[in-house]
Design a protein around this ligand. Structure first.
Ligand SMILES: NC(=O)c1ccc[n+]([C@@H]2O[C@H](COP(=O)([O-])OP(=O)(O)OC[C@H]3O[C@@H](n4cnc5c(N)ncnc54)[C@H](OP(=O)(O)O)[C@@H]3O)[C@@H](O)[C@H]2O)c1
Length: 277
């Protein structure tokens, strides 16, 4: 069965699901089962990272899916961790991730954080370019990059990432960065799209959810979708995993969108990219 989720074309032509299952903080022992649940209810994109320590579980679920499904239907993302910045270290880190995933090719590989204090993200980016040229990964991108970091990659390598995965939810809407992405053909993907659960209790979101007969999570994920922002919500029960996917059968009208847009307050629930390194 192909995806229930619409796909969007990245700047390099790769088609990518607009919504996937993220596995940060999913315990390694539960990862295969929860990813298999996600695949069973219709997800096809799984978002992991070397840091999460659960690439083996993601790979096991992907390989279980491939017993009956096709590789083209799946979309697997992983990320190179901060300790592995630099050209050679990144190539080694990629090999280690692929060994754990047990796959021949990755769909998307990201630089997890720019780590400006290390000042190695341009070398790291050149390693990702090499991996793509060698056909080991289909698309390459970044995460937590701010405008200045993206400008530098463009200036020094001439190659823009196809995607930047950043913290983004109604309390942190990143409008300046999103405009920059639009000008440079970079797709925006939101991590912590639900603000790690904190935004779900917002009264305005609750009001809209009640009006539409939807959950607060569905309203937030639909808001991202209507703003062309990709999402990778994490959840730990079949019911939540499944209901978070059910956002393609209703629409937020202009009044709903304006009310949600008005919630922006520059509030992070994760780290600021300047402080991670
Ligand atoms: N690139 C980066 O630096 C970076 C950083 C952070 C995260 N990420 C990625 O983004 C993914 C998502 O971010 P996140 O896990 O931080 O936060 P999130 O998806 O915004 O929120 C997850 C939280 O919301 C709860 N939740 C999910 N669906 C719900 C529902 N329908 N009803 C009520 N509660 C619900 C979950 O609870 P339960 O788990 O208890 O169900 C969990 O506590 C991660 O898994 C990871 O793949 C990337």
């Amino acid at each position: 069965m192909s995806s229930l989720v619409p796909r969007t074309a990245l700047a390099d032509g790769t088609l990518m699901d607009v919504l996937g299952y993220g596995v940060y903080k999913v315990p390694p022992d539960d990862t295969e089962e929860l990813c298999s649940t996600a695949l069973d209810v219709g997800y096809r994109l799984l978002d992991t990272a070397a840091l999460y320590g659960n690439e083996a579980g993601v790979g096991a679920a992907a390989r279980r899916y491939l017993e009956t499904g096709t590789r083209e239907d799946l979309f697997i993302t992983s990320k190179v961790w901060n300790a592995d910045h630099g050209y050679e270290a990144t190539l080694r880190a990629f090999d280690a991730s692929m060994e754990l995933l047990g796959l021949d090719q990755l769909d998307l590989y990201l630089i997890h954080w720019p780590c400006p204090s290390k000042d190695l993200y341009v070398d790291t980016w050149r390693a990702l370019e090499r991996l793509r040229a060698d056909g080991r990964v289909r698309s390459i991108g970044v995460s937590n990059f701010q405008e200045a970091h993206l400008e530098r990659l463009l200036a020094e390598t001439g190659v823009a990432p196809v995607l930047n995965q950043v913290e983004l939810h109604p309390y942190l809407q990143q409008s300046g960065l999103r405009s920059f992405h639009e000008r440079h053909g970079i797709t925006t993907q939101a991590w912590s799209p639900l603000g790690r659960g904190n935004v779900l209790v917002d009264p305005e979101i609750g009001r809209i959810a009640a009006e539409l007969g939807r959950t607060p999570a569905q309203v937030i994920l639909r808001w991202h979708y209507q703003h062309d922002v990709l999402t990778i919500p994490k959840a730990s029960s079949r019911e939540r995993i499944s209901s978070n996917l059910d956002i393609f059968g209703f629409t937020l009208d202009d009044a709903h969108l304006s009310a949600l847009d008005a919630l922006d307050r520059d509030q992070r629930f994760g780290s600021h990219p300047d402080t991670v390194g």
